[in-house]
Design a protein around this ligand. Sequence first.
Ligand SMILES: Nc1ncnc2c1ncn2[C@@H]1O[C@H](COP(=O)(O)OP(=O)(O)OP(=O)(O)O)[C@@H](O)[C@H]1O
Length: 268
Amino acid sequence: MSFVSVTDVWQSYDGRSIIERVNLDVAEGEFVSIVGASGCGKSTFLRLLLADERPTRGTIRIDGGAPAVEPGRERGVVFQRYSVFPHMSVRDNIVAAESFATGLGRFFGAKLRAARARADGTLDRIGLAHVAGNYPATLSGGMQQRLAIGQALTARPRILLLDEPFGALDPGTRIAMHDFLTELRAETAMTVFMVTHDLSEGFKLGDRVLVFDKPRWDPDYPEKFGATITYDFDARDGGIPYQRILEKAPGLAPDIVSDIAPDIAGPA
Ligand SMILES: Nc1ncnc2c1ncn2[C@@H]1O[C@H](COP(=O)(O)OP(=O)(O)OP(=O)(O)O)[C@@H](O)[C@H]1O
């Protein structure tokens, strides 16, 4: 049985169709990468999974039920820009995230001490124990993003939603973060949805790579039709080498290829 089930989902804003006819079944523990041209509705799709918004049409089911409005234990989320609290120490960032995600309110006394001990366990796991007392501003970009992932994991969510989590990092840090995420995934068996602008990253980390694109196009009214999943590639065991994706998907729009994989795009 699928763990996340998306059936005929549409989303429009003020009559502008953003995504349409999206159908998807994801098993628990799968890692799903999402790519597509800028503005095609990838973040919108994540917000629907997060239940930040309700779809204009269609249904989303997580483990057979409607997604809870409060992400809490079910879903954790990480965005491209660091979402850490700058005025709190690294340890207190984890404590605050836990109290927020679990809806338990601020911790005091023995509960605070216990939460700090749990936070230290999380920091150990994400390699930040040595900077537990520091403020986030003293950390590198990669460390801040690890902290953001640590925050998302405090409530032990079953689904992790990542919106271009490594987009702001330099290439070396990015590769270190790939290793970190791969290890974390092996430990937790989480289901992951990751939006990325990098096809090679999508294939490296994902079990599947979904491409969002507009299959219908009205030149007089470009906003008439929304994007949907036009390809669902198997990326398990490395899948097809991403460089050869055009052999498998000759219909992949050139503007998408030049956006997500400029190294294999043909001349403009
Ligand atoms: N709440 C909203 N109200 C109105 N329009 C919105 C809203 N949220 C998103 N949009 C519009 O929907 C479109 C899709 O946005 P979205 O951020 O989902 O695209 P994206 O594929 O994630 O883009 P990018 O790759 O650039 O991050 C954009 O044109 C955006 O302006």
